[in-house]
Design a protein around this ligand. Structure first.
Ligand SMILES: Cc1cc2nc3c(=O)[nH]c(=O)nc-3n(C[C@H](O)[C@H](O)[C@H](O)COP(=O)(O)OP(=O)(O)OC[C@H]3O[C@@H](n4cnc5c(N)ncnc54)[C@H](O)[C@@H]3O)c2cc1C
Length: 504
């Protein structure tokens, strides 16, 4: 059984929603309110906008309202799609079958700051920039720092199981969310954490349900409150960028840094040749590099002053050991700071003949081990060249590899290939080409023992079809969980091939 598309709702449903919300302006049926919530920044088939509109938008303030909305949807079998900041890069918040969109932006309160047990409890609609502005006066911060730091929201971070720039030092979203409240697809409100308890970080009681609902992309319920980790604001921060004329040396340098045992290491990023070429060519904010530079290793330390002072000396030695050259303080400080806000992306690219065209950004974000990065890079680049040649509306914006595993930076890397797409030129044929392009990229990641996605999720066409392959025997368990928790398939239906849970 699959939930049928619901592109319009009748007046009786709207009236029921209005009774639940009991606040003017909290149930929206106008075209612009719905159209503005139909897409995310990732490439979108503009020519098929109408197919992705929610039928109605609601802006709840409490978990009880969310629960009532879901009970209503479950009763009449209407799809429900949660939406937070709408910055997800995998279409998680894009309705595939219309229905009710639950926009959580009004649930943006800070409920409690507990400086004794070091937690902050918030609604899912707050963003990390705003939260940390409020926390500054206490000398603490919440260190979930994606490149979408100013615009993604706590609810979306949990639903995507996000990746943080400072993850090697402080952990990623899954490590930083202590517990959260979630409304299940049948309307019950429960709390999940690392065991029972709202503020307990380690428990051995029962199943670890927190991880089941971490990264579920709105397919298992709606998060309505979260209790988050507080860490001391770092006293010192030190960023260093090293330039290379050879990718192999840069790749080895990353290895040296991440296996050095430096405890204050917050993150390391490797830029490949295509990335440098793109930044030089089209990003006015990029600090120019001499022509011989074809790779960069960027790295940063966060900690107390004495810790960072000592570690920075070791870091400078490691960065230069394989021939890296320090690029200067301007780049280290300026470019590192800009990594917390990649909305600065230029949003234009080049056609094959060099013509500049307006383009949107797609980021294919695999998890890969260090050893396979050079080979995967070669294969991804060859795939991109082929599709650029064939369709003429794509551009290769190069590869970044970021340390991915929390507290063990020698583990895997978030390796992303960024592709520019001229959306206005998309038609059915080139959209199908784009889906094949993505699928080929993901298959290479799987071939080398990687994951399709490190933090964005696999809910887009091109990735979704491969989830069962990556999950292996776990796929069947996933389907059973989905069907048990969401018997009528109302939560974000059509995503990740989860409709299979309802096939007899
Ligand atoms: C410029 C840019 C840079 C980025 N950099 C990073 C990065 O460094 N690291 C990273 O991890 N990601 C990054 N992203 C991707 C994106 O910001 C993250 O995936 C983020 O976690 C999405 O949060 P959001 O609030 O925008 O969620 P949305 O896009 O609104 O939703 C994402 C998913 O969560 C579900 N959802 C939303 N709210 C809830 C809720 N309350 N309960 C249940 N489900 C919910 C939605 O249905 C959807 O499936 C970047 C995006 C952009 C545009």
């Amino acid at each position: 059984m699959t939930t049928a598309p619901v592109m319009t709702v009748d007046a009786a449903i709207v009236a029921e929603l209005e009774a639940i919300m009991n606040e003017p302006g909290s149930v929206l049926t106008g075209v612009s309110s719905r159209a503005n919530r139909a897409r995310v920044p990732a490439p979108f088939p503009l020519h098929r906008w109408a197919e992705h509109m929610p039928a109605v938008v609601v802006l709840p303030r409490t978990a009880e309202q969310v629960s009532e909305i879901i009970k209503l949807a479950n009763r009449v079998k209407i799809p429900v799609v949660p939406r937070a900041g709408g910055t997800g890069l995998n279409d998680g918040a894009v309705p595939l079958r219309g229905g009710i969109m639950v926009d959580v932006k009004r649930m943006n309160q800070i409920h409690e700051v507990d400086l004794a047990d070091r937690t902050v409890t918030v609604g899912p609609g707050i963003n990390m920039l705003k939260l940390n502005e409020e926390l500054k006066k206490y000398g603490v911060f919440y260190p979930d720092t994606p490149a979408s730091y100013p615009c993604s929201l706590v609810g979306g971070r949990i639903a995507c199981s996000g990746w943080s720039l400072l993850g090697s030092r402080f952990g990623h979203t899954r490590d930083l969310v202590v517990s959260f409240e979630i409304v299940l697809p049948t309307g019950e409100i429960i709390r999940v954490g690392d065991g029972g308890g709202k503020k307990v970080r380690k428990s051995s009681t029962g199943y670890h349900l927190k991880h089941l609902f971490m990264g579920h992309q709105g397919t298992l319920g709606i998060v309505t409150e979260a209790t988050l980790e507080l860490v001391p604001r770092p006293e010192a921060e030190f960023a260093a960028f090293f330039a290379f004329d050879d990718f192999g040396n840069a790749h080895r340098t990353v290895y040296g840094i991440v296996t050095s045992g430096i405890a204050t290491l917050a993150g390391t990023v490797l830029f490949d040749e295509k990335k440098i070429e793109y930044l030089r060519r089209d990003d006015e904010a990029f600090i120019p590099m001499p022509p011989w530079v074809n790779s960069i290793v960027a790295t940063a330390l966060y900690g107390t002053k004495p810790e960072v002072r000592e570690a920075s000396k070791l870091l400078m030695d490691l960065g230069r050991k394989e021939g890296g050259r320090y690029t200067g303080d301007e780049m280290a400080v300026g470019d590192w700071a800009s990594r917390h806000d990649r909305y600065a992306n230029p949003l234009h690219g080049r056609l094959k003949d060099g013509t500049v065209a307006p383009m949107s950004w797609h980021c294919e974000d695999a998890s890969l081990n260090w050893t396979v990065i050079p080979k995967v890079r070669e294969e991804w680049t060859a795939i991109a060249d082929r599709y650029i040649d064939k369709f003429g509306i794509f551009d290769n914006w190069g590869i970044y590899c970021y340390t991915n595993a929390a507290y063990k930076p020698w583990g895997d890397y978030l390796a992303e290939i960024d592709i520019g797409i001229w959306e206005e030129k998309l038609d059915d044929e080139s959209w199908a080409g784009w889906v094949d392009f993505k699928s080929e990229i993901a298959k290479v990641s799987l071939k080398y023992g990687g994951s399709i996605t490190a933090c964005h999720g696999s809910t887009r066409a091109g990735d979704a079809e491969l989830v069962s392959e990556e999950m292996g025997g776990g796929w069947d368990v996933m389907l059973k969980i989905k069907r048990t928790l969401d018997p009528n398939n109302i939560m974000n239906p059509g995503k990740q091939m989860l409709d299979q849970a309802y096939e007899s």
